[in-house]
Structure formats: C-alpha cells, structure tokens
Design a binder for this molecule. Structure first.
Ligand code: ZN
Ligand code: MN
Length: 135
C-alpha cells in the first residue's frame, strides 16, 4: 500500500488489486487477462476500471504497453529497458534482458537523435515445440 501512494493515482480496493496482480508479473497480461484475474476477487469490477487504471499507470510510466502481440495490447510492469520474444503459436511473451549494442549509420537516422530501441524476436516456445512434435 505504502509504495503505491507515490503513484499519485486514487487508490481504490479494485485499483490496489490490479496493482497487486501486476506487481512482479512476468506474463505480459492483456487487459482481458487482468480483468479475468482481478474480477475473481471483485466480481462487480468493470472492464473499464482495468482499462482506465492501465491508462493511468502507463501515463505515470509504471507500466509499458506492448504491441508485439498483433491481436491485443499486452502490459508489462517491468519498465527497465529490455527486449521480448513472442511465441507465434501461443503468444507467450518472455523477456530478454540484454543490452544489444546496435547502431544505425548517421546517413539512415533522418536527423533523429536516437534514445533507445526495443527488439521483438519471434519464435516457437518450448511448450508449442513439444505439442507440435506430439501431433
Ligand atoms: Zn508457444
Ligand atoms: Mn517484458
């Protein structure tokens, strides 16, 4: 509770439950995933509450919105710089904590001062590989 106070958003029990669910969550949940999980404790909570809370957290820089899954936005409470691998079969997303020393030749930056990058890797996860072999 204490460490959420500095967030500067109104803390309702529902919002706290959303924050709790996100805390340390490495599954990169969608808004629907969060809604499903948290509404078990708060059956009257609306999807809009989840969506609006995510919007506030994003605005405060406390959650990242990932667009790596083409079907739905995914959310990441880990705001440290990192990259992602997504399974093209089950859409599982895992973190890649590594600093790739990438550079673009000046001629290609179109005058931009570059400040960062985010690499999206695509692949087949171990579970899906196993399932495919079993077919
Ligand atoms: Zn998979
Ligand atoms: Mn991540």
């Amino acid at each position: 509770m204490e460490r959420y106070k500095q967030l500067g958003i109104k803390l309702t029990p529902q919002r706290l439950a959303i924050l709790d669910y996100l805390d340390g969550n490495k599954s990169h949940p969608s808004a629907e995933d969060i809604y499903r999980a948290v509404s078990k404790r708060f059956p009257t909570m609306s999807f809009a509450t989840v969506y609006n809370t995510l919007g506030s957290l994003r605005y405060k820089g406390r959650v990242l919105e990932l667009t790596i899954d083409p079907k739905k936005k995914r959310y990441d409470p880990d705001t440290k710089h990192h990259h992602h691998i997504i399974c093209i079969e089950c859409k599982n997303i895992v973190d890649v904590h590594k600093d790739f020393k990438l550079s673009i030749p000046d001629a290609l930056t179109e005058g931009f001062d570059l400040i960062g990058n985010h690499i999206e890797f695509y692949g087949i996860c171990p579970k899906c590989k196993k399932r495919k072999k079993g077919l």
